[in-house]
Design a protein around this ligand. Structure first.
Ligand code: GLU
Length: 290
């Protein structure tokens, strides 16, 4: 089991729920609990925010098993090897369109009354006009310093598979019974694998780190359920082991929205400052009784 927060803001109740469920299941299933700090976005994940995460977890009374915390920002070279592998397999291509260009491309298309495919988060699929760009043009545009992202050619990647992609999903939060889910990564279009400003993407590093940390059970929020299709595809392409998954319920605010700092949700530090104890918080989230 692992808890893998991104220290780009303060932890809130949703994070606490995820960490405590991982802790509970590690105990019940006789497993171990590892900590991973997902800080590939080095501009937003500052050392101060990382320290705040450590403070919150210590306050919650969580202890993690060895080996020590994995800091993603210390492993860019390792992730780069996997990117290189996907490049050699010709499954990624440099994509030069900016967000604005994607938007106007889609708008032009939709103005003709046609619908453009969208991913499960509602974002339009990448148009992929560079998929078949010849090598010389690619090299030239890169040499000219044009910003680009490496995107996965999802159709080409799917064509390499020998069997349909699936994963085992827990039927409830006890993680005792499982059902088979069908993974359809094409719903995401050509996802970003690496960017010029962040040398890798969440999707790539999460599968690499789950493998490197020998994670057998990925326990995380329901908001990442759909992304699992992409993770199963990358695991298969890169020959990585397949964990089982439990996507747990999300803690919502009074208006039924996901907790988020931007909506003014209380952070764990706010609860602490208001004199709430970590036991009270565990009780409130259903992990302890008074
Ligand atoms: N870092 C992600 C987050 O904080 C979690 C990723 C995962 O558990 O796969 O939402």
């Amino acid at each position: 089991m692992r808890f893998a927060p991104s220290p780009n803001g303060a932890l809130h109740l949703g994070h606490a729920y995820s960490a405590l469920l991982n802790e509970k299941l590690a105990r019940e299933l006789d497993g171990i609990l590892l900590l991973r700090i997902e800080d590939i976005d080095t501009a937003r994940c500052t050392p101060e925010k990382r320290q705040a995460v450590f403070d919150d977890l210590a306050w919650l009374g969580l202890s993690f098993d060895p080996p020590t915390t994995r800091l993603q920002s210390a492993h860019f070279d390792f992730y780069g090897v996997a990117l290189e592998k996907l490049r050699k397999m010709e499954l990624v291509y440099p994509a030069f369109m900016t967000r604005g260009e994607i938007r106007s491309h889609v708008a032009r298309f939709e103005a003709r009354g046609k619908s453009w495919p969208r991913d499960p988060d509602g974002s339009p699929h990448y148009p992929g006009i560079e998929r078949e760009m010849d090598d010389a043009t690619r090299k030239q545009r890169i040499a000219e310093g044009q910003p680009f992202a490496w995107r996965l050619d999802v159709r080409r990647a799917l064509a390499r598979l020998e069997k349909p992609l699936t994963w085992q999903e827990a039927t409830d939060e006890t993680a005792t019974t499982w059902r088979l889910e069908t993974a359809d990564p094409a719903r995401w279009g050509d996802i970003i694998i690496a960017r010029s400003d962040t040398p890798v993407s969440y999707h790539l590093v999460v599968v690499l780190d789950d493998a490197v940390q020998s994670i057998t059970h990925v326990v995380r929020g329901r908001d990442l359920f759909e992304a699992t299709a992409v993770h199963r595809l990358l695991q298969t392409l890169l020959d990585l082991p397949e964990p089982v998954y439990l996507h747990h319920r999300l803690i919502l605010d009074e208006t039924g929205h996901k907790l988020a700092k931007s909506r003014g949700s209380m952070s764990l530090a706010d609860y602490r400052a208001h004199g709430v104890t970590s036991t009270e918080l565990r009780v409130r989230l259903g992990f302890a009784s008074l």
